[in-house]
Write a protein that binds this ligand. Structure first.
Ligand code: NDP
Length: 296
């Protein structure tokens, strides 16, 4: 099948965003003596979480910011995680706080997220920031959907009036993605596991954002010719011979034969998430000090 779609290179895009963040950090240090700081709290030994946390700390330091890592044991009590978050809320060197999810069962996830100072909520998961996003107010926006939006705007320019569909309604991807597209004046449809005839809903859209966590669920004949497809999904499937490989929520080869532009998996949405986390930390630091984000 011929590949017609333009490939949206998330890796290159993330590199440019990280360079922009590093320049902003240097300007803040020069003009205000301010070094933004990001604290990451990891509870337990989840191997995937450890990889994410290491890579967040590395990229934070590479951008010139301060990285604070707090690793608590897997049996840490709810109260001790809460106390850690409260200490970071009170620390003036920390401008962004991220609690790596998932948390062990004895720690109440919703309560911990709600304990983060919304002004330092680098992940944008706090209910106050979720509410601000839907209310059209200034807040901090979840990193993955923010990265998707930046790539869509660079690919398509003005998004106003475009028909967009978001597959998935989670609090960390689907819902904030829909809110961001609405803020750009798209006509937004949100679909989920109880939607009737997903394929027909999808075929009407000029913008498709897939975030369902189902390997290659979105087929080529669900995509309207020329549509822009953003694949958030990260699914590990059996590749035979004892090997596995990563695929998205979209059947890539089929979709690329009809779409106008598409993100690959890996190398699409994934790299943008940490870059947006760095950008959110700079934004949070500037707001806490009442200064405009340099260079934006
Ligand atoms: P969740 O499991 O929290 O949400 C999945 C959503 O998809 C739900 O709203 C669910 O509907 C819907 N859904 C599930 N199955 C179907 C189906 N058969 N038909 C229609 N809708 C369905 O996942 P997340 O939002 O956290 O993540 C989605 C994907 O994105 C995952 O693959 C995840 O790994 C990836 N991801 C990637 C990131 C990145 O940096 N690239 C960051 C975060 C996530 P319902 O609500 O009805 O149950």
């Amino acid at each position: 099948m011929a590949e017609l779609a333009r490939v949206i290179d998330g890796k290159a895009f993330a590199e440019r965003l990280r360079a922009r963040v590093a320049a902003q950090v240097a300007a803040l240090q020069r003009t205000h003596g301010l070094t933004p700081g990001l604290a990451v709290v990891l509870v337990g030994e989840n191997p995937a979480s450890q990889v994410y946390v290491r890579s967040k700390a590395k990229q934070t330091r590479e951008s010139g910011m301060a990285a604070f890592d707090h690793h608590l044991p897997a049996d840490a009590s709810h109260a001790s995680v809460l106390a850690q978050v409260e200490a970071l809320n009170a620390d003036p060197a920390v401008h962004g706080i991220l609690v790596q999810l998932p948390l062990p069962p004895q720690v109440g996830e919703a309560e911990i997220i709600a304990a983060i100072d919304p002004a330092k909520d680098a992940d944008g998961f706090h209910p106050v920031n979720a509410g601000r996003l839907w209310a059209g107010q200034e807040g901090l926006v979840p990193c993955t959907p923010l990265g998707c939006l930046l790539m869509l705007k660079e690919t398509l320019g003005d998004l106003a009036g475009r028909r967009a569909i978001v597959l998935g309604r989670s609090n960390i991807v689907g819902k904030p993605m829909a809110a961001l597209l609405l803020r750009e004046s798209c006509t937004v449809t949100i679909v989920h596991s109880r939607t009737r005839d997903l394929a027909a809903e999808c075929r009407r859209a000029e913008i498709v954002v897939a975030a369902v966590g189902r390997a290659e669920m979105v087929r080529g004949d669900w995509i309207a010719p020329g549509a822009t497809v953003i694949d958030v999904g990260i699914n590990r499937i059996d590749a035979g011979a004892g090997k596995t490989r990563l695929v998205g929520d979209v059947a890539y080869a089929e979709a690329a034969a009809v779409a106008g532009a598409i993100t690959p998996v890996p190398g699409g949405v994934g790299p943008m998430t940490i870059a947006c986390l760095l950008a959110n930390t700079v934004t949070a630091a500037c707001r806490q000090h009442g200064i405009a984000v340099p260079g934006t």
